[in-house]
Each structure stands twice: as structure tokens, then as C-alpha cells.
Design a protein around this ligand. Structure first.
Ligand code: RTP
Ligand code: MG
Length: 156
């Protein structure tokens, strides 16, 4: 009929400290794209955990600034569920630099809510393996709400 059940995927999304005061608008945007909020936690990440989280960037010129920034205030940690969630969330996040996003992909989280390459509103895992690592690191063994199927209402 008009519902399809597809295998879902999980991704790790995180609203960064500078957008916490306007998280409602961003959550509406995410909800409007059809993601399910599977786990969600407003939390502060310690500098040690932030360093572990971003260890792939160790040695890059922006690494320390990034770790300091992410551990400087509350973040909204989210497990999002959707078909092809990793790729779908990266598309909706937009380019790393919000200035680029505003010209190339304006209707994205970074295009709409980001400021610059450091204050770029949100994070998204870049692969299912990265998502699993990041979700474990941030949520430990907190339970998930939904099952791993995802029902899509279609117009056909
Ligand atoms: P993310 O991991 O946060 O979803 O972003 P991304 O894949 O688009 O960007 P990535 O290359 O993984 O970089 C991770 C975060 O580091 C900060 N960054 N600053 N040149 C810079 O100052 C610079 N480059 C990257 C950004 O906050 C980026 O999201
Ligand atoms: Mg990345």
C-alpha cells in the first residue's frame, strides 16, 4: 500500500555548542527531512573524550582549536535513524564551510545555521563504521528506542 519498510541505518549527529540556543529550529529541520531521533542527549564532552572523538584529525592545524571548541559548552548528541542515514545526513549537513554552503547548498544545516569552518553548526559521521565508533564513544551502552526497521510513508 502506501507504506514501505526498509532497513534503516544509524548515524551520529551532533549539534555544536554555538547552535544550542537555536536547537529547536534545527531539530525541526531534521524532523522535516524524515529522520527519527533514536537517542538524544544534551551533554558536555570532556576535552579528553573530544580528543578521542576527533583523533583522525590529530596533527592537523585545526585539531586543538576543534577539541577546545567542542568541549567548551553543551552539545546535543543524537543517533539519527533513516534509510542511508550516514549519506543522507551528510547531504543535509552541507559543506564543512558554511560560507561555501550558503552559495552551493543553502538549504542545509550549515547553510542555514553555520557561521564559519569552526562554528559550523553540526557534525555527521562520514561512514557507517565511524558512526558505530562515535555512537559507542558518546552514548556508551545507553539503550535505543526504535527497532532497526524504518517505515516510510509514500505518496504513491
Ligand atoms: P564533521 O566531521 O564535523 O561532520 O565535519 P566534516 O566531515 O565536514 O569536516 P572534517 O574535515 O571531518 O573536519 C572536522 C571538523 O573540524 C573543523 N575544521 N576546521 N580549516 C579549519 O579550520 C577546519 N577544518 C575543519 C570543522 O569544525 C569540521 O567540522
Ligand atoms: Mg568529518
Amino acid at each position: 500500500r502506501n507504506e514501505l519498510t526498509r532497513k534503516s541505518e544509524r548515524t551520529y549527529a551532533m549539534l555544536k555548542p554555538e547552535v544550542i540556543p537555536k536547537m529547536g529550529k534545527i531539530l525541526s529541520f531534521i524532523e522535516g527531512k524524515g529522520f527519527k531521533f533514536n537517542r538524544m542527549m544534551l551533554t558536555k564532552i570532556s576535552a579528553t573524550r573530544a580528543a578521542e572523538f576527533y583523533k583522525e584529525h590529530l596533527g592537523r592545524p585545526f585539531y586543538e582549536k576543534l577539541v577546545n571548541y567542542i568541549s567548551s559548552g553543551p552539545v546535543l548528541a543524537m543517533e539519527l535513524l533513516a534509510p542511508s542515514a550516514v549519506r543522507y545526513w551528510r547531504i543535509n549537513l552541507g559543506p564543512t564551510d558554511p560560507v561555501v554552503a550558503r552559495s552551493d547548498a543553502p538549504n542545509t544545516v550549515r547553510g542555514l545555521f553555520g557561521t564559519d569552518t569552526t562554528y559550523n553548526a553540526a557534525h555527521g559521521s562520514d561512514s557507517p563504521e565511524a558512526a558505530a565508533r562515535e555512537l559507542n564513544l558518546i552514548f556508551n551502552n545507553l539503550s535505543s528506542h526504535y527497532e532497526s526497521s524504518y517505515t516510510i510513508k509514500t505518496l504513491c
